[in-house]
Design a protein around this ligand. Structure first.
Ligand code: IPM
Ligand code: MN
Length: 312
């Protein structure tokens, strides 16, 4: 019988209570489909940081890499300054484990009410492939002449062809396997590039050229669309049925996927994967730790269950 090693990191606030529920789902799936799970719990997060001053102790990353995958509840503690845990844990894991894809399905489940008029599960059914390793997340930049009237701050969007190509390849492959035609709900499999070629004439020029080159050469069966990111926000509300697989850079991906849960009727059922297609990945519910609701039993565990589903 196949055995999977799963690391469970409940994290902060309401994180641990939702991962407990997802582990029940995992155990039920294991019993039904005939596989075994060896589960290891990790207490990384705000509480531990407050006690010990360390976020991920030495060797933690190597230890985590021994798992097949990680289920993460949520990170964020009210007594820890914003940015510390996010950078020290979430972003560090993404970078050190090269989880270069952030996969965020946008799907309205049947029977769930959406605030978007006249749209249902048929229209709200796409995924966002967010590049997860580059862009302004790489920390390139700085502050000069701080606290003087001449202070200068820069934060540079950095993309290599290699990073762009591997994200595009993932998106095209995903579309071929799980696009609307592949799933029998549409006539074509489509990848839409979300960019800002009218202003970011270097970074998104690279994305656009790489997109069409790869598409023409290796994926002629897949339709290619292009959308500016600002317009994308509008279409996500007005015409989500246009979308199938969207692919975009790290920052735009971060922003548009915060809009995405609303048509899905909230964060309660939205999951995301931080994925290394060739290796170790981390799955989590979309929402944060919402400390004020801790231990009240009011957080819907479905998002974490969906994260578990994505993992399996
Ligand atoms: C997300 C989050 C993170 C991000 C933060 C917490 C660093 O917003 O996973 O979308 O910006 O990537
Ligand atoms: Mn975000």
């Amino acid at each position: 019988m196949k055995t999977y090693k799963i690391g469970v990191m409940g994290g902060d606030g309401t994180g641990p209570e939702v991962t407990v529920e997802a582990v029940k789902v995992m155990d039920a799936a294991a019993a039904k489909f005939g596989f075994k799970v060896e589960q290891t719990e990790y207490d990384f997060g705000g509480e531990r940081y407050m006690k010990t001053g360390e976020i991920l102790p030495d060797g933690a990353v190597d230890e985590l890499k021994k798992q097949d995958a990680i289920l993460l509840g949520a990170i964020g503690h009210p007594d820890v300054k914003p940015g510390i845990l996010e950078k020290g844990l979430l972003l560090r894991m993404r970078f050190e484990m090269d989880q270069y894809i952030n996969l965020r399905p946008v799907r309205l489940f049947p029977g769930v009410e959406t605030p978007i008029k006249d749209k249902g599960p048929k229209e709200i059914d796409y995924v966002v492939v967010r590049e997860n390793s580059g862009d302004i997340y790489t920390g390139s930049g700085g502050i000069m002449m701080k606290d003087t009237p001449h202070e200068v701050a820069t934060q540079t969007a950095v993309y290599t062809r290699f990073q762009v190509d591997r994200a595009l390849k993932y998106a095209f492959e995903y579309a071929r396997k799980h696009g609307k035609k592949a799933r029998g709900v549409g006539e074509e499999n489509t990848v839409g590039l979300v960019g800002k070629t009218n202003v970011l004439t270097f970074v998104y020029d690279l994305w656009e050229r790489a997109f069409h080159e790869m598409g023409k050469k290796d994926y002629p069966d897949i339709r290619r669309d292009y959308y500016h990111v600002d317009a994308t926000c509008m279409w996500m509300v007005k015409s989500p049925e246009w979308f199938d697989v969207l692919v975009t850079g790290n920052l735009f991906g971060d922003i548009i996927t915060d809009l995405a849960p609303t048509p899905q009727a909230g964060m309660a059922i939205v999951a995301c994967g931080n994925i290394t297609p060739e290796g170790f990945s981390m799955f989590k519910p979309f929402g944060g730790s919402v400390p004020k609701y801790t231990a009240m039993g009011v957080i819907n565990p479905l998002a974490t269950n969906c994260a578990m589903q994505m993992m399996l």
